[in-house]
Design a binder for this molecule. Structure first.
Ligand SMILES: [Zn+2]
Length: 351
């Protein structure tokens, strides 16, 4: 799941230049200079070799912050697609900040459950997951290169800045052009479990979440309110340190993070998160033990909720809290990641 097999890059680049249809569905090509991803057969001008990144699925390209190409429509599936769904995809491309509830879908003559299955089958993500990825991608897509958001929008032929700015403002609370000071900076960090979004105040890391996490936008909005500043793509001295520590963590070499944290929450939440930090690497605790450690043995549910509200994944190790019978229970980043993290830590415990 973490290292899907792709043909070697030279083969893929050759297929891309040749518009080879036999590679349809095998890979998607993302262009780092434009922030757009394509099918192999796209008729648009082909990028230079050094500016291409290959992804096995649309899902991964989206989560890495790329937009679907408006020429080859990688989100439209090969084969027949109901007209209503085609129209819907076009609508989303025109307004990537769009939110569509089940009733909105039914108004368009689309069965929400059917659409969910269709997306799951073809893109490995639900339709709502896709909408979320598009919204977040609009806001964060370009930050990887340290470009300013406005430049990026112009460069990439987005005739209207408004869609870009709206998506950005809705999620981050600032327009891409008018970043007031002080700000919280955000960046994207690649990990073996997928891309993560990190945020830093001037005190330390305040956010670390998987880019496909369901609650991501809510978490960002809460953080923005708590910090009282907009979030703006940019750099922070804490990011380099964070990326380095994460790299060593995933290599199994780092058992204790030392990058400064900025824990923002209610006094109760902050207490629960601080107690989480005392669970040693490779060990687990039950919610009951966690409540006891927080000094309130009867507050098991509240402790579980505060765990779920943790905004700094991996470092504040909410993944180390399990059911009293050892079952994994919930995890914001998905149970498969929780299982992976616990297995990884157990495996490297003695190293
Ligand atoms: Zn294309």
């Amino acid at each position: 799941m973490f290292e899907p097999t792709l043909p070697d890059p030279d083969t893929m680049y050759r297929a891309l230049v040749d518009k080879d249809p036999s590679f349809e569905g095998i890979f998607f090509a993302a262009v780092t200079t434009t922030g757009i991803f394509c099918r192999p057969t796209c008729t648009a001008r082909k990028p230079r070799r050094e500016n291409v990144m290959f992804f096995p699925t649309t899902r991964e390209a989206l989560l890495a912050g790329y937009r679907p190409c408006r020429v080859c429509h990688p989100m439209a599936l090969p084969g027949a697609l109901p007209e209503a769904v085609k129209g819907l995809l076009a609508e989303i491309e025109a307004d990537p900040g769009l939110r569509l509830a089940d009733t909105d879908l039914r108004d368009r003559g689309i069965d929400p459950a059917g659409l969910r299955r269709l997306f799951k089958r073809t893109h490995g993500m639900t339709f709502q997951g896709y909408l979320r990825a598009r919204r977040v991608g609009e806001a964060f897509g370009q930050i990887r290169h340290g470009e300013s958001a406005t430049d990026a929008a112009f460069d990439h032929g987005w005739e209207s800045l408004s869609g870009f700015g709206d998506a950005f403002r809705k999620i981050l609370g600032a327009s891409p052009t008018r970043a007031s000071s002080p700000v919280t900076t955000v960046t994207r960090i690649e990990t073996p479990l997928g891309p993560m979004l990190a945020g830093a105040s001037d005190a330390g890391i305040a956010l670390l979440e998987f880019a496909d996490r369901r609650m991501l936008e809510t978490q960002i909005t809460r953080l923005r309110r708590l910090l009282g500043t907009p979030l703006v793509p940019g750099s922070s001295p804490f990011f380099e340190r964070l990326a380095d520590e994460l790299r060593r963590y995933f290599a199994g070499d780092l058992h204790r993070f030392e990058v400064p944290l900025d824990l923002r929450g209610t006094p109760f939440q902050t207490r629960v998160w601080t107690v989480l930090l005392t669970i040693p690497y490779g060990h687990t605790r039950s919610y009951a033990e966690q409540a006891k450690a927080a000094g309130d043995p009867s507050a098991i549910r509240a402790v579980a909720r505060a765990n779920g509200d943790n905004r700094i994944a991996i470092i504040v190790p909410c993944h180390r809290v399990v059911g009293s019978d050892g079952s994994l229970t919930g995890y914001g980043g998905g149970l498969w990641r929780k299982r992976w993290l616990l297995d990884h830590e157990r495996h490297h415990l003695g190293s």
